[in-house]
Design a protein around this ligand. Structure first.
Ligand SMILES: Nc1ncnc2c1ncn2[C@@H]1O[C@H](COP(=O)(O)OP(=O)(O)OP(=O)(O)O)[C@@H](O)[C@H]1O
Ligand SMILES: [Mg+2]
Length: 344
């Protein structure tokens, strides 16, 4: 089943296509909390004699890039170039991440290894298509000063080739006040937009950035406004705009799509295009990755949000993947005909 058509005007479709054509020439720096998503697949045929819990017979294990690493994967799948800055531990999960990045041809030069740190890992055990349990390994303490310095030096060195910076913050130790202050200064000096997938408790670190993309729960907590209807949504968004003085706030609203707030006071509601929904995890990563390439390609925030919403509508309809390819997005923009760049 196809998604709802995007209903783009001829002019907007042509602008989106022209922007997408630029993706391969663009480079995004994704910095923040790198994670490994581990899935252990098995079967349950009995209850343990030791405790009232199912016994899972393990059949397979899969590993995926998560958090900031999934943002980087999404940028690469859309045909963009990506640099990654973050921290892993010297453990099997850290090695897996480095290996996964190498398989995708993504450089790991900006990934700092902290030997004493646990690589953030989320392990889900799944049997009969149901999650039996999830267990996390992580270290939420701030990264070491030497690691911070190395990420900043990596960023500085690459500023001339970076067109956009995504901060993927899950509050696992990378994003702190000194980190953000320096990053904003570095980006500002080169006029590079900074786009943040935020964490509620860090809200005041994101002042003056180009865009933040909270989901409605995060927006509600950050603004301390209970979002129950359109009026409270507008109040929350406007309050965040005022408090952070950013260029725009994009609140993602799950099945309700997204709402964009701009400095001039305009508000745009962008309904979801997804018709079938299988797996919504990681949709937020697809949104910010697409948004970053779109804005770096010169689209305005509203056009960029429309493209990001189209990408999110594709990714939620897929099982077992958390990225959207350039080909899929081209097809959606072209109205599900053959993928092509056509400027008519
Ligand atoms: N149930 C859904 N039905 C239709 N579209 C959806 C659904 N969930 C997500 N989307 C699409 O994906 C976008 C981002 O999803 P959402 O608002 O859930 O972000 P999120 O909570 O940050 O996700 P994540 O799980 O990555 O943290 C939405 O704006 C919408 O376009
Ligand atoms: Mg999110």
């Amino acid at each position: 089943m196809q998604n709802h058509p995007l209903n783009l005007s001829r002019e907007l479709r042509s602008r989106l296509l022209t922007a997408m054509e630029r993706f391969p020439a663009l480079c995004i720096l994704a910095v923040g909390d790198i994670m490994l998503d581990r899935f252990i697949w098995g079967e349950v045929n009995r209850i343990s004699p030791e405790a009232p819990v199912p016994v899972v017979e393990v059949l397979e294990e899969t590993r995926l890039l998560g958090g900031c690493a999934n943002v980087a994967h999404n940028v690469a799948a859309l045909g963009g170039n990506v640099l990654v800055g973050g921290v892993v531990g010297e453990d099997p999960a850290g090695h897996s991440l480095i290996h996964l990045f190498h398989n995708l041809g993504i450089s790991t030069e900006g990934i700092i290894v902290e030997p004493q740190r646990h690589t953030t890992t989320k392990t889900r055990i799944i049997a009969r298509n149901q999650q039996v349990v999830r267990f996390d390994r992580e270290d939420r303490t701030p990264i070491r000063p030497g690691s911070l310095h190395n990420i900043q030096a990596f960023t500085q060195k690459n500023l001339p080739r970076i067109h956009g910076i995504v901060v993927s913050d899950y509050a696992k130790g990378v994003v702190t006040l000194p980190f953000m202050d320096r990053l904003k200064a570095q980006a500002g000096a080169s006029a590079i937009p900074v786009m943040v997938d935020p964490k509620v408790e860090h809200v005041d670190l994101y002042r003056d950035v180009a865009v933040i993309t909270p989901n409605h729960h995060e927006a509600s907590q950050m603004a301390q406004v209970r979002i129950t209807d359109e009026e409270s949504l507008l109040r929350a968004g406007r309050q965040l705009m005022e408090r952070l003085a950013c260029d725009s706030v994009l609140i993602t609203r799950g099945k309700a799509g997204m709402t964009l707030f701009l400095r001039d006071g305009t508000v745009d509601h962008i309904p979801t295009v997804a018709r079938r929904v299988f797996d919504v995890t990681g949709a937020g990563d697809t949104v910010i990755a697409t948004l970053s390439l779109a804005m770096a390609a010169g689209l305005d925030p509203r056009e960029a949000a429309i493209l990001a919403n189209a990408a999110a509508g594709i990714v939620v309809g897929e099982v077992g993947t958390s990225v959207v390819t350039m080909e899929q997005l081209l097809k959606a923009v072209n109205g599900d005909s053959e993928p092509k760049f056509c400027h008519s």
